[in-house]
Design a protein around this ligand. Sequence first.
Ligand SMILES: [Ca+2]
Length: 228
Amino acid sequence: MCQFTASCSSEDTVALITANCSEICFIKQRLNPVQTIYLGDDLDPITVICQEGWTLIQHKTDEGGVDFDRNWDEYKTGFGNVKEDGDFWLGNDIIHQLTKHQDYKIHIDMISHDFTWYFAEYKNFSIGTEEDNYKLRVGKFHGSLPDALNINNMQYVSNGQAFTTKDHDNDGWAGGNNANAYGGGWWYNYGTNAPLNGWSMWYQGKKDPIYLKRVTMKIRPMTQDDQF
Ligand SMILES: [Ca+2]
């Protein structure tokens, strides 16, 4: 393996189990971001998009032509075009499998309609099993915008919430389903401050929300440097 290095060794090509993009050498990823990972002997190989060691779990753009207003089973198994610059959701079962054995970091890149780039990062990202309704956990935040998954309004906190789709209402709003209100599937509470699979916005507390043209969500195992 050549984790976090720029060179490929011969060993890299014979690795039997590649559990995420950080284990595929970076030159290979640059030549072809579309890679195959193997999460276990009894699981099918998975096609993923790799970016410098990060595994993309979501890519959503204005012009991608992929409908994110999907049901539970589609969010469970994933949908869209898993190819370079394709719009997709990797799938909740896969995201759970990826994040269940190791501590992961999530990085979200966002480009607004006026072409400004923003980012948000959380340590200790994981989602639960389907029985647990893919409950979201995120740790310490770092970013160029306020932390929309944790702060602003307790009723809008996504951290610790179950996943909701239009046919599985697990949100914190007794009067309706936020998957119908905001679109897409998400860790909806009474509302949300970041409907990234729906309206594509990131709220900033008392300031106006940022309206997003492109969103990319990617994850990688935490390193020793991330522990601090
Ligand atoms: Ca509800």
